[in-house]
Design a protein around this ligand. Structure first.
Ligand code: FE2
Ligand code: FE2
Length: 455
């Protein structure tokens, strides 16, 4: 039996007749996670170059149960001996592995359940039945839409498709090693160190804390795309770190040892964990307030300010012709983040309207003040001395300016009245149409970004 090595996760479509090369007495090695980590699995396959053995995690019973070995009519007598071995057992053989017994018993159970619950036609879903949270609609039924704007977000998100491999990083390698000053390398490395940890947190927030609470599928579908995009962003930072040749372990561990980076992550973690509780009940006013405040923080501050502002030191280098590949990567990420921010704010406002949520002004004030204090500390660490065209004061003032913009979108008072646009080039930088550069690279079929609209 061979796996599809181009797609090793695909379930093998096995049958003895269609796989004449299968030696049913051949020993099958179950490779433990430890062995995979240590590369023994690869070595073993290389040694047995003629025919890779069937490999699957011994502990993955779902996977094992999904497999059908051989002809069930002929194999049914070997029955229970074919169960997956305990993870501590190193080997088993096909002769000891059960045939279709498990599958048959599961099917029988499903039939029983079906017989106990006869089908009755259900009332059609109307769009009015839907709510962002606490809705009674059918989460598996996309239309009729109640929130067509959410579907539009999904369509637009697919117009900004790229991968980090599409962007030429060659000049960045030279710039980093030969042109950047020590204080510029410090900025570059720490921007990556902060962003890469943040994007994993962003992925967990939307995928684990937010998405499951939505009760309209058109919202979840965009959020599913957002989860993918956050993972793509993490890949992008990793690609930059690898390409430049930075010490990965050192970069990824910075948030553990640099208090100014750690503080921002801790704030976000606290708000994430507050709404990832298994006992949260959005029909309870306190829990609902907590969730709305958390989502407002993530969309308005974490993505809308900290990410939006977080790219700008690298854009400042780009304006001087430095680290242009990294900056281009960040421009694509920024496009995504602007949409994440806009979508999240719209959802927050929709929830507040539907559920009659009125946030406590003291909670909102605390949120802005805490975010500003963390950003000031971070900017002082990032820019102990200014780099050409960018200073700690610029970073701080721009945070206040963007925070006012996000607050207005959220329907809140401006937290920092009178804040100035310290980086007037930033919006232009983020909104830059990339078609020309993009078409000069190799993946023209991805590019449909000309249809994107920006705030
Ligand atoms: Fe992201
Ligand atoms: Fe995001």
């Amino acid at each position: 039996m061979t796996l599809n090595w181009d797609n090793p996760l695909a379930l093998p479509n096995t049958s003895v007749q269609s796989r004449p090369e299968l030696d049913r007495n051949k020993s099958v090695t179950l490779i433990t996670d430890k062995a995979v980590d240590q590369g023994e699995a690869v070595e073993q396959v290389e040694k047995n170059n003629t025919e890779p053995s069937l490999e699957y995690p011994a502990s993955d019973t779902h996977f094992v149960q999904s497999l059908t070995f051989g002809d069930s009519a002929n194999d049914s007598d070997s029955g229970s001996q074919r169960r997956a071995t305990h993870p501590t057992q190193e080997t088993t053989s096909l002769a000891q592995t059960p045939p279709a017994t498990l599958k048959a018993s599961l099917s029988a159970r499903r039939r029983e359940v079906g017989e106990q619950q006869p089908f009755t036609p259900m009332k059609p879903i109307n769009s009015e039945d839907k709510r962002v949270i606490n809705g009674l609609g059918d989460i598996n039924q996309l239309a009729p839409f109640k929130y067509p704007w959410a579907w539009e977000f999904f369509i637009n998100a697919n117009k900004n498709h790229w991968t980090p491999l599409d962007i030429n990083m060659a000049q960045d390698v030279s710039d980093y090693h030969h042109k950047l000053k020590p204080e510029e390398r410090h900025v570059y490395e720490n921007v990556l160190a902060y962003l890469t940890t943040s994007d994993i947190l962003a992925m967990r927030n939307i995928g684990l804390a937010v998405m499951e609470k939505m009760t309209a599928p058109e919202l979840q579908i965009y959020q599913a795309r957002q989860v993918y995009e956050e993972a793509l962003h993490t890949w992008t930072y990793q690609h930059c770190i690898e390409t430049i040749g930075l010490d990965q372990s050192e970069i990824y561990n910075r948030y553990r040892v640099v208090p100014e980076i750690n503080q921002k992550i801790q704030i976000a973690n606290r708000r994430l964990n507050a709404v990832m509780r298994s006992d949260i009940d959005l029909r309870q006013p306190d829990d609902l307030q907590e969730f709305v405040l958390s989502y407002a923080f993530f969309s308005g501050i974490f993505e809308g300010c900290w990410f939006y502002n977080g790219f700008s030191p690298v854009f400042a280098l780009q304006r001087r012709g430095l680290m242009k590949g990294t900056a281009e990567q960040l421009q694509y990420i920024m496009r995504d983040e602007v949409m994440h921010c806009s979508f999240g704010i719209r959802v927050v406002r929709q929830i507040m309207q539907e559920e009659n949520v009125i946030l406590d002004p003291r909670d909102i004030r605390d949120m802005w003040d805490e975010a500003e204090a963390a950003e000031v500390a971070y900017s002082k660490f990032l820019l102990p001395t200014p780099i050409l065209g960018y200073s700690q004061q610029d970073h701080h003032e721009q945070f206040r300016f963007i925070a006012n913009r996000r607050a207005r979108s959220l329907g809140m008072e401006e937290p920092f009245p009178g804040a100035k646009n310290a980086l007037p080039w930033l919006d232009e930088q983020s909104n830059m149409r990339k078609e020309k550069n993009f078409f000069e690279t190799r993946v023209t079929e991805y590019q449909t970004g000309g249809a994107l609209k920006w705030e």
